[in-house]
Design a protein around this ligand. Sequence first.
Ligand SMILES: C[S@@+](CC[C@H](N)C(=O)[O-])C[C@H]1O[C@@H](n2cnc3c(N)ncnc32)[C@H](O)[C@@H]1O
Length: 274
Amino acid sequence: MSRKVYTTAPLPFMGQKRKFLKQFRKALSDYPKDAIYIDLFGGSGLLSHTVKSHYPEATVIYNDYDNFRRRIEAIAETNVLLSKLRHLLHSYSKDKRLTEELKRSVLNLVKSHELYYGYCDYITLSSAVLFSMKYVQSYSELEKSTLYNKVRLSDYTAVGYLDELEVVSKDYSVLFNEYKDKDNVVYLVDPPYLQTDNSTYKNYWSLKDYLNVLTVLIDKKYFYFTSNKSSIIELCEWIGDQTVVENPFADATRVDMTNAPSYNSSYTDIMVFK
Ligand SMILES: C[S@@+](CC[C@H](N)C(=O)[O-])C[C@H]1O[C@@H](n2cnc3c(N)ncnc32)[C@H](O)[C@@H]1O
């Protein structure tokens, strides 16, 4: 039986490389079909899935750092919750903000769902009741949100999606170190964005974390993903043009000045002197 090919992650996942798949597949054709492909920042696993469908004989390692697989395993129960929501909201207009009474009913359904199954996929639930691109991770966050009727009509399915992938879950640098001396390895490197919303990811990424990732690219075969917001390509071009790079702030003294224009936004001005 031929394998089902997914062109989008089977569950909502922010930052999935859906829009790159066509170009990614095209570029893959110049890479070996029998290599070990390591998806260091696997996210939804969409790149891993795409490599395995393109090159069935390749070894594909999906680093599921976020435990996306837990969400996939829960699809049947998530579908049960969504069908109850669909039933509750069946005569309510699509995209309309829920009344307080309906919100209470939704919250009750979610609470008993989580109690019964011991788990709730809040990210998938978010796409059913929150404004586009808004995600919560817990009941208490959901309680504080404005809810909308965004429930989709069809069930989710992920049959075969992770088939024949080697799934691991560890820090990318640990995984990289396990393979760095092996030949015929291609790295898929799609780290969290630097300046965009990382609220659905486990950790916040600083500039240093982001720059550290670049060290895995040296002398390796890779696919690297970034955005123009990070200016990383520009920075690397600049570094490449320098004959000597040194830190102009080394041994300087630093003074921080914190500003808080409003209670939930603050920034720090920095004076450095030498
Ligand atoms: C931009 S997303 C990857 C999206 C993926 N390529 C896709 O198509 O779904 C970056 C992922 O790296 C994960 N991540 C964060 N810190 C990590 C770490 N130290 N090691 C490995 N993965 C990490 C994030 O949780 C997130 O899932």
